[in-house]
Design a protein around this ligand. Structure first.
Ligand code: UDP
Length: 238
């Protein structure tokens, strides 16, 4: 393989909705398998990979509380949803021969490892893909913040945020034909202009630790691998 990755250790963040395919809800196994193949091509380059997967395809705390549920309970349900997504991704990756660990922020010892930082680092050194589940383990946070937290703890060089579009735009490119994509944008511009990259806590945590966020399209076959080698279109938030 002639591609030279520019990163040694990265965190891939995808939303739960990325796993539902064209369905309006839940898990679409062929889509999970497609993303797993993208991850494998990067793993094959020798890159150490962390993953954080959202839960919005199954349950979001805010929607639950909007319908009268107690907010923290609803948030715990959202965190449990991320564990199901993590297990689905684990299964798809292991089917491809990639060794993985699901590491949960909420103890669930029969299902996933508890989060112990040094142990997770060791897994990465042994080239196991670490799928961090249950968000931060705390209500009122999101999996974007969990991704930023774990990327910092694991000393990742960047967060790769896989989305439906190939970067950050000044307005929604699916709705506005004249939307402009940024090649580079600062954390403060994202916050001031409310660009929909990640929520504000996640952006601030990345900014305060100089952790770049690379926003790219997960729908582009080979996109994740190309961008790790500096090819393709994406937005770098730094
Ligand atoms: N969640 C939480 N704390 C966390 C991470 C997630 O309470 O640290 C809950 C929250 O209710 C959220 C849900 O889990 O709505 C699913 O996560 P998220 O909305 O980030 O998923 P995504 O939008 O990426 O699919």
């Amino acid at each position: 393989d002639s591609l030279q990755p520019k990163f040694n250790r990265v965190l891939l963040k995808i939303s739960g909705e990325a796993l539902m395919g064209d369905q309006g809800f839940g898990l679409h196994p062929p889509t999970v398998q497609r993303i797993a193949r993208e991850v494998k091509t990067v793993h094959d380059l020798g890159v150490e990979i962390c993953m954080v997967i959202g839960g919005g395809n199954i349950f979001r705390g805010l929607s639950g509380s909007a319908q009268g549920m107690e907010r923290t309970t609803a948030d715990y349900m959202g965190m449990l949803a991320t564990i199901m997504n993590a297990l689905a991704m684990q299964s798809a990756l292991e089917e491809l021969g990639v060794f993985t660990r699901v590491i949960s922020a909420i103890r669930m010892d029969e299902v996933a490892e508890p989060y112990i930082r040094r142990r997770a680092v060791r897994h990465l050194e042994k080239k196991r893909v670490c799928i961090f589940a249950a968000g931060t383990g705390n209500p009122y946070f999101t999996t974007d913040t969990a991704a930023t937290l774990r990327a910092n703890e694991m000393a990742c060089e960047a967060i790769f945020k896989g989305t439906k579009v190939d970067g950050v735009y000044d307005k929604d490119p699916k709705k506005h034909a004249d939307a402009k994509r940024y090649d580079n944008v600062t954390y403060d511009e994202v916050l001031a202009q409310h660009l929909g990259v990640m929520d504000a806590s996640a952006i601030a945590l990345a900014r305060d630790n100089n952790l770049p966020i690379i926003v790219f399209s997960l729908d582009e076959p080979g996109g994740f691998r190309g961008i790790l080698a500096g090819q393709g279109t994406y937005t770098s938030v730094h």
